[in-house]
Design a binder for this molecule. Structure first.
Ligand code: KG4
Ligand code: ZN
Length: 346
């Protein structure tokens, strides 16, 4: 079973073909990042994002087929990101997916973007066994979930304000770094002292699994306003911000494992690429009976492979394969869900 996956929820056009397995395997993939286009605006411009997705999506899809040395006949289903994300951007992927499903008479599989992220470690060399705890850390979400099985996600806690990626991005902006801020801040932090600034670790000691990162941004702003003497001071502040975010993520992830009694932890979403987060979790796991599972590095941020994978797993789990799209469903239109809580998924 081979599934074509289409991801257009934000600023990356990701297309991939995944063979269901087991184990699942990527047969071909391409990713076009719009970072260079949005950079000068300091963030994603939704209308530009949609237009760029539509300009490139067909060409990229043909490239993936070519790279995988497959033809349309070899594709068994089409998966696409239905949400959450930018409505216009989502619509581009959804319309190509629905058109392909209709033309090829193959099943159309609408996928939740965050489900894609949290299943992406199944494409690594050390796939997690169910059940596991997932720490989802992206630009828009910071959530801890208990994952019982495919489609069964219980929300344990989430950010009450900014997401972890957002905290990285906003702090980076205050430090005069480009977009996306996470990787830029992490690069600057390499030369800094993480103990130089005493920044707040919001809700670190609260006895729940909620996060709050908006106070951190204010603390960074205060330091920037006081003035940063030199390049070393900037690096020190970057390192201190990163340490504050990572400390909270690690503490809450460990608490989630203790509360659920689970021992496997999946870390996914853009911030899972962060080196300090990986090191600190790694150190914590060593002294406890915990196993960590990250996506392969190139699949930490948005990509088509995680959507194709979620589609392949969902297709395999269905009692019988769904048929192609009927004209009535096409006429009724297809849906996207810009807002879509993961625990509403079945
Ligand atoms: O999952 P993702 O690609 O897109 C969303 O669904 O949001 O995550 C993007 C987020 C951005 O906030 C970006 O700054 C952050 O992930 N990010 C990082 C790193 N790489 C990406 N944050 C910290 N350190 C990194 N190395
Ligand atoms: Zn994402």
């Amino acid at each position: 079973m081979r599934v074509l996956g289409i991801e257009t929820s934000c600023d990356e056009t990701g297309i991939a073909i995944v063979q269901a397995g087991p184990p699942p395997r990527i047969l071909g993939q391409v990713l076009h990042s719009q970072v260079a286009m949005h950079e000068r605006y300091g963030g994603v411009v939704p209308e530009l994002a949609s237009r760029d997705h539509s300009a490139r999506i067909v060409g990229l899809t043909l490239t993936v087929l070519q790279r995988a040395q497959l033809t349309w006949r070899d594709i068994d289903a089409i998966a696409y990101t239905e949400g959450p994300g930018l409505a216009g951007a989502l619509l581009v992927g959804a319309s190509l997916a629905a058109s392909l499903a209709y033309a090829l008479d193959k099943p159309l599989l609408p996928i939740h973007h965050l489900e894609g992220h949290l299943l992406s470690p199944l494409l690594s060399d050390d796939p997690p066994p169910f059940p596991f705890v997932a720490l989802l850390v992206s630009g828009g979400h910071t959530q801890l979930l208990s994952v019982e099985r495919l489609g069964r996600y219980r929300l344990l806690g989430e950010s009450v304000d900014d997401a972890a990626g957002e905290a990285f991005d906003k702090s980076a902006k205050l430090l005069g770094l480009g977009y996306p801020g996470g990787p830029a801040l992490a690069r600057l932090a390499v030369h800094g002292n993480p103990d130089a600034y005493d920044l707040p670790r919001p809700m670190l000691r609260s006895n729940d699994l909620q996060f709050s990162f908006s106070g951190l941004k204010t603390a960074v702003l205060t330091q920037v306003r006081k003035g940063l003497a030199d390049e070393q001071a900037r690096a020190d502040l970057a390192a201190s911000v990163q340490a504050a975010i990572v400390d909270v993520l690690v503490a809450k992830a460990l608490r989630a494992l203790a509360q659920t009694g689970l021992s496997n932890l999946v870390i996914a979403g853009g911030v899972s690429a962060n080196q300090r987060l990986r090191e600190k979790l790694g150190a914590a796991a060593q002294s406890r009976a915990i196993r960590l599972h990250f996506p392969p590095t190139e699949l930490c941020t948005d990509n088509g492979a995680m959507i194709a994978l979620a589609g392949a797993l969902r297709l395999a789990a269905l009692p019988e394969p769904p048929g192609g799209l009927d004209p009535a469903r096409i006429a009724a239109g297809f849906t996207v869900r810009p807002r879509w809580p993961l625990d509403q998924l079945r």
